[in-house]
Design a binder for this molecule. Structure first.
Ligand code: NAD
Length: 261
């Protein structure tokens, strides 16, 4: 129960890594503000299940991370309903795969808005409250693609490299405010975001999704297995711990050796 009494906002927590992190925080006693898209009845069922399973307060904000005004309103809503944010996890993200010359303009703008600009606007919304409390944890879910590139992922790689830069700026600005800012850099994690890429590759190459998964791992990840959302959650809990209080401005890889090469 290391996080009892803390309020954690996890963007994009209706699915995948964000949900894994939210569950790990709730298991440590943190109250949650969920965010992300999905079927409203399914999200309400998830909200109620987390509250019941872990005995914590769980709210939900439908704020669209591509819209700064909705992010500001979400910050004000959490301040009013839960007393502010102690832990911010910027996790919401999308992907689009295409060569630079074919990359659609709307996808470029959407990826930069959600994967990069939202990280800035969410930090802007919560930092004053964290400074007032003299304690805070900011965890930005970047990617191995924040450290190295792959072809056909221009917007994603640019955004994730940008997230690492922003994380460093926040770490410096908050160094003596009791607030740390770090980035988690996962390699392949089996989530709906990756499932869509696996299905596209299986379709293109006329192979099974399982074969596409093996090909993805073999190309990038020496440890030929996916990380899990639960493991990313465990890392996020560690970054909130007292032992991690002087870890700041750092990209923490959890990538099966991807960026060791
Ligand atoms: P996912 O598709 O399972 O989940 C994405 C979440 O973001 C969902 O809850 C979705 O509703 C939400 N979201 C999308 N657009 C949004 C918007 N405009 N406003 C609010 N919420 C929005 O994906 P995931 O794999 O869990 O990815 C989560 C994060 O982890 C992303 O930032 C992604 O880049 C990063 N990441 C994923 C992997 C991987 O292998 N899965 C690897 C490295 C980094």
């Amino acid at each position: 129960m290391a996080l009892k009494g803390k309020v954690a906002l996890v963007t994009g927590s209706t699915s995948g890594i964000g949900l894994g992190i939210a569950r790990a925080f709730a298991a440590e006693g943190a109250d949650l503000m969920l965010n992300g898209f999905g079927d409203p009845a399914g999200i309400e069922a998830l909200r109620a299940e987390l509250a019941k399973t872990f005995g914590v307060r769980v709210g939900y904000s439908a704020a669209d991370m591509s819209k700064p005004a909705e992010i500001a309103a979400m910050g004000a809503e959490i301040e009013a309903s839960m007393g502010g944010v102690d832990i911010l996890v910027n996790n919401a993200g999308i992907q689009h795969v295409a060569a630079i010359e074919d990359f659609p303009e709307d996808k470029w703008h959407a990826i930069i808005a959600i994967n990069l600009s939202a990280v800035f606007f969410c930090m802007q919304a919560v930092i004053p409250g964290m400074k007032k409390k003299g304690w805070g944890r900011i965890i930005n879910v970047a990617s191995a693609h924040g450290l190295v590139a792959s072809g056909r992922k221009a917007a994603y790689v640019a955004a994730k490299h940008g997230v690492l830069g922003l994380t460093k700026v926040a770490a410096i600005e908050l160094a003596n405010a009791g607030v740390t800012a770090n980035a988690i850099c996962p390699g392949w994690v089996k989530t709906p975001l990756v499932d869509r890429q696996l299905e596209a590759r299986a379709h293109q190459e006329g192979i099974s999704v399982e074969m596409a998964a093996q090909a993805f791992l073999a190309e990038k990840q020496p440890m030929l297995q996916f990380s899990t959302p639960e493991a990313i959650g465990g890392l996020a809990v560690f970054l909130c711990s007292d032992a991690a209080r002087t870890i700041t401005g750092t990209p923490v890889s959890i990538d099966g050796g991807w960026t060791a090469q």
